[in-house]
Design a protein around this ligand. Structure first.
Ligand SMILES: Cc1cc2nc3c(=O)[nH]c(=O)nc-3n(C[C@H](O)[C@H](O)[C@H](O)COP(=O)(O)OP(=O)(O)OC[C@H]3O[C@@H](n4cnc5c(N)ncnc54)[C@H](O)[C@@H]3O)c2cc1C
Length: 221
């Protein structure tokens, strides 16, 4: 694995950190892909975890948005304590989520990260079109990069909150009814990423809606 320095660390939400790091010279990745990461210290260097690039391949640095679980003595709790100047170890790039064509992005919590990169890429190419983002979180304070998505997608940025009832937000989980409410092209692609229970539930809704498997692009967190 290659050693990279953390250049900047800031809070993206109350429990998500945004890291900007050095970029190894020979690294190659596509928007939506992830990479194996470990913390470069003797205790944690063998604890390898996947995280998704939220930078673009042509950027001169790497970016990550990492949800931390401070109550759990794991890697993300340690990442929460890192600071600029500390080092990470970076390994193999992988991941199956890639943009095909216009559709609906269905994200749960930290599952937003591949879509940050993909939507940044579409913005750069001036190809945002009629893509929609349905973003499920517990509360408003959990929404990552809210201003970025609002500016980019306007009415096509739809938030769903499970634990809060707020005007302008859908309430509950991503249901079949919500997906059907926002589906306005005949055959959209459905891009899914989130925790396994959310992925299972949403996949079932799509199967019930007779969406062909080739139109469901997904990765579980
Ligand atoms: C391809 C891929 C890409 C990913 N990209 C990202 C990304 O870009 N950003 C991101 O934030 N995550 C991402 N993840 C998820 C990330 O890899 C995991 O959150 C991380 O591996 C957790 O490691 P950990 O050592 O901190 O926690 P672990 O020790 O592995 O445990 C964390 C898990 O434990 C649960 N937990 C929390 N608190 C407790 C507790 N007190 N007791 C018991 N369990 C608890 C949490 O629900 C969480 O799922 C990705 C996952 C995959 C598969």
């Amino acid at each position: 694995m290659e050693k990279i320095k953390i250049l900047k660390k800031e809070n993206a939400t109350h429990d998500v950190v945004h890291l900007v790091t050095e970029k190894p010279e020979n690294i190659q990745y596509k928007p939506g892909q992830a990479v194996d990461i470990a913390i470069d210290n003797p205790t944690w260097k063998n604890e390898i975890r996947p995280f998704t690039f939220t930078s673009l391949p042509e950027d001169d640095h790497l970016e990550f948005h990492i949800k931390t679980y401070p109550d759990h003595n794991g890697v993300t709790e340690q990442i929460g304590q890192l600071k600029a100047g500390d080092h990470l170890l970076i390994g193999e790039v992988f991941g199956d989520i890639a943009y095909k064509d216009e559709g609906i992005f269905l994200a749960g919590g930290a599952g937003i990260t591949p879509f940050i990169a993909i939507l940044k890429d579409l913005k750069r190419k001036n190809k945002i079109g009629n893509n929609k983002l349905l973003f499920a979180n517990k509360k408003e304070i959990d929404i990552v990069e809210s201003a970025f998505f609002r500016d980019l997608l306007h009415k096509n940025f739809i938030n769903i909150l499970s634990d809060e009832d707020k005007p302008g937000y859908e309430k509950g989980f991503i249901s079949r009814a919500i997906i059907e409410k926002y589906k306005d092209i005949a055959q959209p692609y459905y891009y899914l990423c989130g925790p396994p229970p959310m992925m299972d539930a949403v996949t079932k809704h799509l199967v019930d809606m007779d969406v062909a498997e080739s139109y469901i692009i997904k990765e579980a967190f």
